[in-house]
Design a protein around this ligand. Structure first.
Ligand code: SF4
Length: 488
């Protein structure tokens, strides 16, 4: 058992969000301000840094920094960003270091005299190989991000062909992995997506005719844009003076939208693949109630993502739903960490139980996922200290047993409790009275029973993009490496 026998450590214990990208083409509008609002709607996807770049017909200028969108942008910063086209980014680091200003995006890059800015959500699995090659050929790279590698490849081919679209296409033919990207030149906006369509990216239209691209539909809603369609897998879409034009950059491959977007990443008011994320989460709770019933007095959800599942579980089981845990909404992802002693003394920064509601009660507690197990252990302890008589933990995703290499930070299997412990050991470690997860089929049924185009690799080990050997050796525990049908 690796790393799960000690007291909870001062590390986050959740699958982390995976970045937001945004873009606006709207000459005559305040594109930077629209992008700022868009990023605020998408803030849940990344809270380490934020940035906006605008193109004004002549050049591209950018403002970015570490922190939340509202910390990075004030009136003065926005007023300095005048232009017709903008891209924006909110970052959770999956490559390039957590506190690095250079790794913050959009990444601005020069193609001879012309500047471009790139914003990326995802991870490029073979970027390290091309990074080494670029450095060997004399390129200077400022950050350690895969996004910079992508920008360099786009630049090289654009320099050769004098066509930005061909530069983007070359990058798409060369780099593998998950990417939903927006790019602005001085006078146009581009949006493009990996051939499997792993990370989401949608197109919207503003009432006065401008175009918007966003990781989620909630980013369109906040600025009054109407959903038009998704960027298709492998597609490059350009927005400029001539309106919108689309081009297949690389052939679409097996469809593999990230199923975890429905479980946790996406906002409940977003729609993905025509399905409401909120409704999908309620369905997960409903199905889980059938698959893993519990004898209890109340159903509570862990805020925020566990709440719709708790409502679904309560409706199906007939056990009353109630608020049971209050979330402090003003604590960001990068909050000041308590010391180990404070943690052991039960400091509760983010979640606090409603003692008057749960005292003496047998609880069904719905959470979205268990990654390392530390948070679940603390949660159960907190509920017991508040007087809960029994705690039956129910999880609306299957066991997270496999690392993600497509834009999420679980890149090593030894971090995952379900890959290291059997059911009895997990229950013992977490300290609940019972523990159950939704089945993989149940999760699929909750979202789109007929839809086969999901990535569910973190539950199934069925990776859609082939992984370099070096990554496999580093990321998988030996006992799982010998499952060739999984670890391709
Ligand atoms: S491995 Fe999991 S988190 Fe990563 S893209 Fe696939 S479903 Fe999403």
């Amino acid at each position: 058992m690796l790393g799960f026998t000690s007291e909870p450590k001062a590390v986050h214990d959740h699958i982390e969000e995976d970045c937001a990208v945004f873009g606006v083409y709207a000459p005559g509008d305040d594109v930077a301000r629209l992008t700022c609002f868009g990023l605020q709607a998408l803030q849940h996807r990344g809270q380490e840094s934020a940035g906006i770049a605008v193109g004004d017909g002549e050049t591209v200028i950018a403002h970015k920094d570490l922190g939340l969108v509202t910390q990075v942008f004030n009136e003065a910063a926005l007023s300095a960003l005048r232009g017709n086209v903008a891209v924006g980014h909110a970052r959770y680091s999956t490559s390039g270091g957590k506190d690095s200003w250079d790794a913050a995006q959009p990444h601005v890059s020069a193609i001879d005299e012309t500047l471009i800015a790139v914003a990326h959500n995802g991870t490029l699995v073979n970027a390290a190989q091309y990074r080494a090659r670029l450095i060997g050929e004399g390129e200077e790279l400022r950050s350690n991000t895969d996004t910079e590698v992508a920008a360099k490849l786009i630049g090289r081919e654009t320099r050769r062909t004098h066509h930005l679209r061909q530069g983007i296409q070359y990058m798409m033919q060369t780099l593998r992995g998950a990417y939903a990207m927006t790019l602005c030149s001085p006078d146009a906006l581009y949006a493009f997506r990996d051939p499997n369509g792993i990370r989401p990216l949608c197109i919207g239209k503003l009432p006065d005719g401008g175009w918007v691209v966003s990781s989620e539909t909630c980013g369109l809603d906040i600025i009054g844009a109407t959903y038009v369609r998704d960027v298709n897998p492998g597609e490059i879409v350009r927005f400029g003076e001539d309106g919108m034009s689309a081009f297949q950059g690389v052939p679409a491959a097996k469809r593999a939208s990230c199923i975890f977007e429905y479980v946790y990443f996406a906002r409940p008011d977003t729609e993905l693949d025509g399905m409401s994320v909120y409704q999908a989460r309620r369905n997960m709770g409903r199905i889980l109630a059938k698959e893993a019933p519990a004898d209890a007095d109340l159903v509570i959800g862990v805020p925020d993502s566990g709440i719709p599942g708790a409502l679904g579980y309560a409706n199906e089981s007939g056990i009353p739903f109630t608020d049971g845990i209050v979330k402090n909404r003003y604590v960001g992802r990068t909050f000041i960490q308590p010391t180990q002693t404070m943690r052991q003394n039960g400091i509760r920064i983010k979640l606090n139980p409603l003692r008057s509601v749960i005292q003496g009660k047998r609880l069904v507690v719905i959470d979205d996922s268990i990654v390392r197990g530390n948070t679940s252990k603390q949660l159960v302890r907190m509920l017991r200290q508040a007087g809960a008589r029994e705690v039956h933990l129910r999880i609306v995703s299957p066991k997270t047993m496999w690392p993600c290499f497509y834009g999420i930070d679980t890149d090593n299997q030894d971090q995952l409790i379900a890959a290291n412990m059997d059911d009895a050991q997990m229950l013992d470690y977490i300290g609940a009275d019972s523990l159950a997860f939704i089945s993989l089929q149940g999760l699929h049924d909750a979202i789109h029973p007929q839809h086969e185009g999901f990535c569910d690799a973190c539950f199934s080990g069925d990776y859609v993009v082939e992984l370099p050997e070096a990554i496999k050796k580093k990321a998988f525990l030996p006992k799982y490496l010998n499952q060739p049908e999984k670890v391709r």
